[in-house]
Design a protein around this ligand. Structure first.
Ligand SMILES: *Cc1c(COP(=O)(O)O)cnc(C)c1O
Ligand SMILES: [Zn+2]
Length: 411
C-alpha cells in the first residue's frame, strides 16, 4: 500500500504524510498514485483468480491505499461486489445487443456511497482518527454512519434538513451524531470543513477527501472482472449519474489504474448524466470550459442536486479522456426511468435512474449505437426515496372488499 498523491490540476506530487485533503498549492483534487510496476504481477494474479475471493470490495485490497481494516463479520466487509444484470426484456425493448445494469442497492446501506465510506473508515482507523465527519445529501452520510457503526467508530453527519426521511432515518438508526442544516448541501459541505478544522476531526467530504474516489474506483475493478474481462470487450460504454462528480472520477480512476497495470488496453467510454436542473458539469462540458461554475440546483434527484460540484475538474477529465460525453435529462425523464427499470425488477432512487434516462437520451441523439456494449450504473435503492417512487407510477385504486368492485377496477 505504498502510494503518493498527485494534484489533478497543477500536477504537484506529495507524500502521504504531507497532505490530508486537497492540493495546498491550487486547491485541486488529489489523485492517489500506486506503485504500478511493483503491483503488476500481483494484479494479474488477483484478477485471474476470479471465483472464491471475498465477495466485497476488499477483494481488491492490494490495489487500495489502505491496510486491511479488519471488521470481519460486519457490514464493512460486505460493501461492493454488487451484481450486474443483463435484463433481457429491457435490453430487447431498446434494441440493445449487449447490455448490463450494475445494481448498487445491495450495498449494506443501499447505495454506491458505501464504497467510499468503507475505504475512508479504513483510512481513519489507520491514521488513528477517532471521529469522522461528513456533509451529505443523505447517502454519503448513511454510508459513513453505517460503515462506522459496523466497527464502532464515531461519525458526525451534517445533512440538509430537506433530505428524504428514509436517509435521515438511516443516519439516526446507525447511531451517528446527526445535525440537520437549515440550508443546502453546499452549506453543509462548507460547515463540515470548518468543523473538522475546529474540532480536529477527519473529514470524509466527497471529492475533498482523496480516499472517496479510491473507494469508488472498486466499481471499475468489478466492471472489469464481471463484464469486460469475461466477455473480452474491447470497448464498453458506461453511463454514470453525476452530482459532485466523484463517482465518475472514481470509476475513471479504477479503469486508469487497470490500464497502468497493463490489464486494460483501452479505457471504456464514460458518459456522465446530470439532471437538467443540476447540471453545472454538463454546462461546463458544453461550453468547452475546464472550470465548473456553480448553478442554483433544483431537481427531484436529491443525491445529484449540487450547486458547486466538488470534483468537477476530474469529472470533466473522465469524460474527455475516454471519448464520452455529458448528457442532461429532465426530471420527467428520471421519473419515467424509475418506472421503466422498475418493470425489469430493479428499484432505483431518482439519482440512480438518471443513468438509464441518460442512456435513452444518448440512443435517441445517436451518441451511442444500440450495437455497442453498454453498462448502466444504478447507484442506489428506490427505498431511499419513496415519495419520488410514488410520483413515478400511477396510484393504486382503492376498493371496498367486494368482488364486483374489484372487477370494475380491473376493467
Ligand atoms: C452521490 C450519488 C450520486 C452522484 O455521485 P457524485 O459523486 O456526487 O457525482 C449518484 N447517485 C446516488 C444514488 C448517489 O448517492
Ligand atoms: Zn495543485
Amino acid at each position: 500500500m505504498t502510494f503518493s498523491y498527485r494534484c489533478s490540476q497543477c500536477g504537484a506530487t506529495y507524500a502521504p504524510d504531507e497532505v490530508t485533503y486537497t492540493c495546498p498549492r491550487c486547491g485541486g483534487n488529489l489523485d492517489v498514485l500506486l506503485d504500478y510496476a511493483a503491483l503488476k504481477p500481483q494484479a494479474e494474479r488477483l484478477f485471474a483468480a476470479g471465483e472464491g475471493r471475498e465477495p466485497s470490495l476488499w477483494r481488491y485490497l492490494p490495489l487500495l491505499p489502505v491496510p486491511d481494516p479488519g471488521g470481519l463479520g460486519t457490514p464493512l466487509r460486505r460493501a461492493g461486489w454488487t451484481p450486474v444484470y443483463t435484463l433481457p426484456h429491457l435490453a430487447e425493448s431498446l434494441g440493445l445487443r449487449a447490455f448490463w445494469l450494475k445494481d448498487e442497492s445491495p450495498n449494506p446501506t443501499a447505495s454506491f456511497k458505501d464504497r467510499a465510506s468503507a475505504v475512508v473508515v479504513a483510512r481513519a482507523r489507520h491514521i488513528g482518527a477517532e471521529v469522522v465527519i461528513t456533509a451529505s445529501t443523505g447517502n454519503a452520510g448513511a454510508a459513513l454512519a453505517g460503515m462506522a457503526a459496523a466497527v464502532g467508530h464515531k461519525a458526525v453527519i451534517l445533512a440538509p434538513k430537506t433530505a428524504p426521511q428514509a436517509k435521515i432515518a438511516q443516519l439516526l438508526v446507525f447511531g451517528a451524531q446527526v445535525v440537520l442544516v437549515d440550508g443546502t448541501y453546499d452549506d453543509a459541505f462548507d460547515l463540515t470543513v470548518a468543523a473538522a478544522d475546529k474540532f480536529g476531526w477527519y473529514c470524509r467530504n466527497t471529492g475533498y477527501n482523496p480516499f472517496t474516489a479510491e473507494g469508488k474506483k472498486t466499481a471499475a475493478f468489478e466492471i472489469y472482472e464481471q463484464v469486460i474481462r469475461p466477455h473480452g470487450l474491447t470497448r464498453l460504454n458506461v453511463f454514470i449519474p453525476v452530482g459532485d462528480g466523484n463517482i465518475i472520477s472514481g470509476v475513471y480512476k479504477g479503469f486508469w489504474d487497470l490500464q497502468q497495470l497493463g490489464l486494460l488496453p483501452r479505457l471504456p467510454r464514460i458518459f456522465g448524466v446530470q439532471a437538467e436542473g443540476s447540471a453545472a458539469i454538463a454546462r461546463a462540458w458544453a461550453a468547452h470550459a475546464d472550470t465548473v461554475a456553480p448553478v442554483h440546483a433544483h431537481t427531484l434527484a436529491d443525491s445529484i442536486s449540487v450547486d458547486l460540484p466538488r470534483d468537477g475538474f476530474r469529472a470533466l477529465r473522465a469524460v474527455r479522456e475516454t471519448g464520452g460525453a455529458y448528457i442532461t435529462v429532465p426530471d420527467e425523464a428520471i421519473l419515467a426511468a424509475i418506472a421503466e427499470v422498475g418493470k425489469a425488477g430493479v428499484f432505483a432512487e431518482p439519482a440512480a435512474a438518471t443513468a438509464f434516462a441518460g442512456l435513452k437520451a444518448a440512443l435517441r441523439d445517436g451518441l451511442v449505437s444500440p450495437d455497442e456494449p453498454i453498462l448502466v450504473l444504478s447507484t442506489g435503492s428506490g427505498l431511499k426515496d419513496v415519495k419520488a417512487a410514488m410520483a413515478a407510477v400511477p396510484a393504486a385504486p382503492v376498493v371496498p372488499p367486494k368482488v364486483e368492485a374489484l372487477s370494475r377496477v380491473l376493467g
